[in-house]
Design a protein around this ligand. Structure first.
Ligand SMILES: CC(=O)N[C@H]1[C@@H](OP(=O)(O)OP(=O)(O)OC[C@H]2O[C@@H](n3ccc(=O)[nH]c3=O)[C@H](O)[C@@H]2O)O[C@H](CO)[C@@H](O)[C@@H]1O
Ligand SMILES: C=C(OP(=O)(O)O)C(=O)O
Length: 432
């Protein structure tokens, strides 16, 4: 098993380059199944969720050509099957996008029930509502979601989402792109990766308008042609490095970001006493004085992202006074709190609210990641803590952070990986 060993208590200084967005990449890769020609996708992050997504496509018969570390070409013109590998697809949440893409292209899909980080119930009823409105029959059988149409082609429809769902918005968009006629998705999610998926599909010949607002209009087209597309930078990866320097102190330049996407995170850090200077596609982030308490409530974009909640809670552990964190997207996203308590944090969780009493410092400890962002939060805590921490179950972290150890070393952090022989590798790499 791989572990991270961190000697904490040192400020971070230097520059860090942000990779392509995980939650855009894991949608755009399956969306390539909708395209008849070759899609060249650039700025792909080197993370295990991407490796898994590409393996799933390869297993379906897509040609995958790796051009370099961050560029692949996907040729889905000779897909052999519309049934995904159970073992591969069940390991990640984003495998649900294969339902929309296979259904949109072939009128049928058989996809294993998705995995992903475990922070409570993760229903897909809104995805199913959308596919059904587009004319598909959807059933769950033997661990698979089976979706099919009688005619082989979906029909455009008006769909009002009962909850704002990133996954349902993107999945319905994929299904509708080659449907007959027009589709309108109302109460759609507005995250940057939704706009990115729409831009990718439009660049391949789709006709999608309104992505990034709560009404998305899709005019079905007969086919999508190949092309080239570069994925946006990862808002959450950038926010995680900003949170890291907020916790440790120091000054870092976060490169290759879209500042607008960072506003919801920047505003909260500034409220806490962090200085953030915006320049074109970089942010200079500095923390020299004490951290102030703040209240944080997670919300769909443009609100404060739930995928930054564990990281910001960790920073608040070191702020003066009492902060309140409210998780309003997921019903159980505080599993990491017990690990922070091992390091001396003072946090009381009551249902969706965490009351965080700032402490003077954290101390290093053996700690275990329980999911992707929880793992990132523990890395931040370990970097800020006095003494040594040993972080296990880092495979969760590597689902979503490219080269995190090397990037942090580049900022002067004392962090290294160790292989610990004899310890179980049984833990599933992807199911948090
Ligand atoms: C691969 C990916 O992009 N994952 C992200 C995606 O997850 P995911 O797409 O799974 O999250 P959703 O936006 O769909 O979920 C938001 C809320 O809607 C509820 N819901 C969702 C779907 C549904 O059919 N029914 C329903 O009730 C969920 O229980 C949750 O309370 O968006 C989340 C919210 O920003 C992020 O935390 C995840 O990192
Ligand atoms: C929860 C996340 O991912 P997933 O939905 O893939 O589990 C995340 O990116 O924080």
């Amino acid at each position: 098993m791989t572990k991270y060993i961190v000697q904490g208590g040192h400020p971070l200084f230097g520059e860090v380059e942000i990779s392509g967005a995980k939650n855009a990449a894991v949608a755009i890769i399956p969306a390539a199944l909708l395209v008849d020609g070759v899609c060249r996708i650039e700025n792909i992050p080197q993370i295990s969720d991407v490796t898994l997504s590409l393996k799933i496509l390869e297993h379906l018969g897509a040609g995958i050509r790796v051009i370099n570390r961050h560029t692949v070409e996907i040729d889905a013109s000779r897909i052999r099957s519309t049934r995904t590998s159970y073992e591969l697809a069940r390991k990640m949440r984003a495998s649900y996008y294969l339902i929309g893409s296979l259904l949109g292209r072939f009128g049928q899909a058989e996809v294993a029930m998705p995995g992903g980080c475990n922070f409570g119930v993760r229903p897909i009823d809104q995805h199913v509502k959308g596919f059904t409105a587009l004319g598909a029959k959807v059933m769950v059988e033997g661990g698979f979601i089976n979706a099919s149409t009688e005619t082989g082609r979906l029909k455009g429809a008006n769909i009002y989402l009962d909850v704002v769902s990133v996954g349902a918005t993107m999945n319905i968009m994929m299904a509708a792109v080659r449907a007959e006629g027009n589709t309108v998705i109302e109460n759609a999610a507005k995250e940057p990766h939704i706009v990115d998926l729409a831009n990718f599909l439009n660049s391949m010949g789709a006709n999608i308008r309104g992505a990034g607002t709560d009404t998305i209009k899709i005019q079905g087209v007969d086919r999508l042609r190949g092309g080239s597309y570069a994925i946006i930078p990862d808002q959450i990866e950038a926010g995680t490095y900003m949170a890291a320097v907020a916790a440790t102190g120091g000054q870092i330049l976060v490169k290759n970001i879209i500042p607008k996407h960072m506003d919801c995170i920047t505003a909260k850090l500034v409220e806490m006493g962090v200085e953030v200077e915006e320049r074109e596609d970089t942010l200079l982030v500095r923390r020299s004085g004490p951290l102030q308490k703040a209240n944080v409530k997670t919300m769909p974009y443009p609100g404060f992202p739930t995928d930054m909640q564990p990281q910001i809670t960790t920073v608040l552990c070191l702020a003066e006074g009492t902060s309140l964190v409210t998780e309003s997207v997921w019903n159980n996203r505080y599993r990491y709190v017990d690990e922070l308590k091992r390091m001396g944090a003072s946090i009381q969780v009551d249902d969706k609210t965490a009351v965080v009493e700032g402490v003077d410092h954290l101390t290093g400890a053996p700690i275990q990641a329980c999911d992707l962002r929880a793992g990132a939060a523990l890395v931040i805590a370990a970097l800020a803590a006095k003494g040594e921490s040993e972080i296990s179950c880092v495979q969760y972290i590597e689902r979503g952070y490219e080269d995190i150890v090397t990037k942090l070393q580049g900022l002067g952090a004392s962090i290294r990986t160790v292989e610990v022989p004899g310890e179980s590798e049984e833990l599933e790499a992807h199911i948090g």
